[in-house]
Design a protein. Sequence first.
Length: 203
Amino acid sequence: MLTTKGKYLYKDGKKFFYLADTCWGAFTSIEMPDWRYYLDTRKAEGFNTIQINILRQWDSSKPLAGREPFAIKEHEDGAYEYDFTKINESYFDNAVKMLEEMRKREMVPALVLLWSNFIPDNWIASYHAAKNNLMPFDQIRPYVTYVVNKFKEFHPIWFVSGDVGFTDNEKQDREKAIKYYREVLNTAKEIDPEGIYTFHING
């Protein structure tokens, strides 16, 4: 389990050098044999952390069959819509198995709670794939409650946000971003108050 003191991370009383590989689409797109091979390779190369997006990323390849976090309706033009009230339990159960493989190798998961395409009025909103998948504000708390309870045993580093900033400019609404991600952070900290939290911001 990681802890913090000042600006440093610690593990087992020693400073922890965060050397992470990014595998955003692991939960949606990797079969277990390939996942084990990938983890063994990264472990041998010296990586100690893997950064993963909990949900399907807007610009990812199409997930494996059944690997959607929520009930989904797909359209002929490639667009898709989630029913955020219907969690796909098997998706998250499989993610637990993948995190167990990381734990066997003493690797730290860094998990993104909510990527920017799920919140309104930021730079991703102009991309077609993101338009139908804004998470309703009232679904943030149920979703975050579910995933933090599901994954907190693995003591991840929690990325509250994904690829969105908190300044006003032509591409994003600062107040909307603050509102949504404050709800994400507050909900997560209620469930995992000892967890480590950070933000993945854009340029």
